[in-house]
Design a protein around this ligand. Structure first.
Ligand code: ZN
Ligand code: ZN
Length: 357
């Protein structure tokens, strides 16, 4: 099948739209892209020297929804179906996968890094792990006007914090603290609120905090206005008011900045939990012994296992997690300016690029 992809030849130099040819092999499908979200990981590859495993030229993009238009042998049942493609597709067969560690599968496929990604009219991926999307016009779906393209953000921005939340063991009535509520953290905050947690969000952007105040966060704090000690005092006062001990406080670092990492670490108390979800190549100085002294846990998180995707999709279809107000749909031919604007923090919602009809 003929397709047209936005290719990176040299990092930082405008991506070029080029025609390619792909064919679905055994167990593979070709998905016609409805939307592909732009993630900070894409910016890392494009601007910050993070190497892709597939050599350049490469088409980036790992946050994809679309419709299966070609299926190879053993994947025919997917033909014509709407799907979300997990950002991390484990092989499902190696020792790590069989032990439940699909996130560290050495043979995993990360579109836009291991293979050509979703800034394209079509993308070729293994059928394994695809998340089927039901008919969005079905009256049983609570959210009206939801489009397949908008669901692309489930592939990473919504599912990654979901996995981090599952790992934290969060329960109803716990306190969830998000440091950074951009794309990933904002969706994480909504998931926690939907699950009955009290949610505190820290962000330097007042607009992000006020947008989320309508979607479940109880308290928004500005780390650019409060010093570290005041932040901690405010969070503690909130926890005390709601009678939540430190061992029921789950902190999620979703800013991907050293300042955010330092802040998140400082908020840890006895028996506390820190989920490290954001990424920065920079290093941060911490007194790691706090983990020992507090008998606390800090845990990283790479992507989300495909088996969790249907539950994440259900949260969105039920209206518990809203995606549409937090994304900005754009035609894919604006990809180069979108990367630039995102790098300069000029876009507040998560950009989702849709190929031109
Ligand atoms: Zn991503
Ligand atoms: Zn594997």
């Amino acid at each position: 099948m003929k397709l047209s992809s936005w290719m990176v030849h040299t990092p930082g130099e405008p991506m070029l739209q080029e025609d390619r040819e792909e064919r679905a092999g055994p167990g593979e499908v070709l998905v016609e892209v409805a939307g592909c979200g732009v993630c900070h990981t894409d910016l890392g590859f494009f601007y910050d020297g993070v190497r892709t495993r597939h050599p350049l030229p490469l088409c980036l993009g790992h946050e994809v929804s679309g419709t299966v238009v070609e299926a190879g042998p053993a994947a025919e049942s997917w033909l014509g179906r709407s799907v979300i493609i997990p950002a991390v597709i484990p092989c499902g067969e190696c020792d790590a996968c069989r032990a439940g560690h699909g996130s560290i599968c050495p043979d995993q496929i990360f579109p836009g890094c291991d293979v050509h990604g979703g800034f394209s009219t079509h993308i070729k991926v293994p059928a394994k792990g695809l998340c089927p999307v039901p008919d969005l016009s079905d009256p049983s779906i609570n959210v009206t006007g939801l489009e397949l393209a908008a669901l692309s953000v489930i592939a990473d921005a919504v599912s990654t914090p979901y996995q981090a939340i599952r790992r934290s063991g969060l329960q109803t009535g716990d306190l969830a603290i998000f440091v950074g509520v951009g794309g990933v953290g904002g969706f994480g905050a909504q998931i926690d609120a939907a699950e009955g947690a009290h949610v505190v969000a820290l962000d330097v952007d007042e607009n992000k905090l006020s947008a989320l105040s309508k979607h479940g966060i109880s308290l928004g704090l500005r780390p650019d206005e409060l010093d570290a000690k005041e932040l901690k005092t405010r969070v503690r006062a909130f926890a005390k008011e709601h009678d939540i001990p430190s061992f029921r406080q789950k902190i999620f670092e979703t800013s991907g900045t050293t300042a955010g990492q330092a802040t998140a670490f400082r908020l840890l108390g006895p028996g506390g939990y820190l989920g490290v979800v954001g990424f920065t190549p920079e290093t941060v100085e911490l007194r790691l012994s706090n983990l020992m002294a507090f008998d606390a846990v800090a845990q990283g998180n790479w992507g989300c296992l495909p088996e969790h995707y249907p539950a994440v999709l259900d949260l969105v279809l039920a209206g518990d997690v809203r995606v549409t107000p937090f994304i900005e749909m754009r035609p894919m031919n604006r990809i180069n300016e979108t990367f630039e604007e995102l790098r300069r923090h000029e876009i507040s919602g998560r950009p989702v690029l849709a190929p031109e009809a």
